[in-house]
Design a protein around this ligand. Structure first.
Ligand code: MN
Length: 258
């Protein structure tokens, strides 16, 4: 068998991240729906490893028509028997229990160690390992506190959206000024995750630098972000086959050679 993804349950798990879904990006949304229909239908587990959404202002935004489209599609996949797991990204960490229930996804804390096809794999978004970005790390420590989130979620939805839009704008400006190294994960933070979890395989996103890094008997797979209208198009997924083989795939399904 050399073909993939043609039969139900043929793949053990699929992983995606950093789609940054938003109503204003119909091509990415269409690529996501195509992925759900053509790929994710045939897997046992689907892991969403953060920043599925460009932003999430709170579960009281569930009724937004665009969000309803995404939730309906995830729900259909879940109802079809695919187990869907969610790890929060730096943009959609306010997703909560109401979203999870509506979409049929299980929220996981990171780092999460999964055993898939007999293989232990540590899963995370990746933003917490960008430790040289001290300004972001301080911000992250603040907004991941339940007390901060409670207070933020108590403000009106429209106000929250305005605040988030302002933060995205200033973040865009900041990123232009920051160096390449600062925006990537730091080796020490990655080594700590490997050591703390006793895993040899890691999958994460966030950095938008798709790659397989192999060193010291450890493998670190980095997921791509999705921008199907870029040239070349960006996007794709990682698959773990039923016999534990890990492969990387472009948006058109072709395999990236490692
Ligand atoms: Mn991210």
């Amino acid at each position: 068998m050399t073909t993939h993804n043609t039969r139900a349950g043929q793949t053990g798990a699929l992983f995606i991240s950093d789609l940054h879904l938003q109503a204003g990006h119909p091509a990415t949304t269409a690529a996501f729906f195509r992925f759900l229909e053509e790929q994710a239908r045939h897997t046992q587990q689907l892991y969403l490893l953060g920043d599925l959404f460009e932003y999430w202002a709170g579960d009281d935004d569930l009724q937004d028509p665009y969000h309803q489209q995404i939730i309906t599609a995830l729900r259909a996949l879940s109802d079809a028997g695919v187990t869907i797991y969610w790890i929060a990204g730096n943009r959609d960490f306010l997703v909560g229990a109401e979203f999870a229930q509506a979409a049929g996804v299980t929220l996981l804390a990171e780092p999460h160690v999964a055993t898939i096809a007999g293989q232990r794999v540590v899963l995370l978004h990746g933003d917490a390992q960008c430790t040289e970005d001290t300004q972001y790390m301080a911000f992250r420590a603040m907004v991941r506190q339940p007390a901060w989130q409670q207070q933020f979620l108590a403000t009106p939805l429209a106000r929250r959206k305005a605040i988030i839009a302002g933060m995205r704008e200033s973040s865009r400006k900041d990123q232009g000024a920051k160096s390449y190294e600062i925006m990537d994960v730091t080796p020490a933070a990655i080594a700590a995750v490997f050591a703390d979890t006793s895993c040899d395989v890691m999958i994460h996103g966030h950095t938008h630098r798709p790659a397989l890094h192999s060193a010291h008997g450890q493998r670190r797979y980095v997921l791509p972000d999705w921008e199907p209208e870029a040239s070349p198009p960006r996007g794709g997924w990682i698959a773990i086959s039923l016999d534990g083989v890990i492969t990387r795939h472009r948006l058109d399904g072709t395999q990236v050679s490692d």
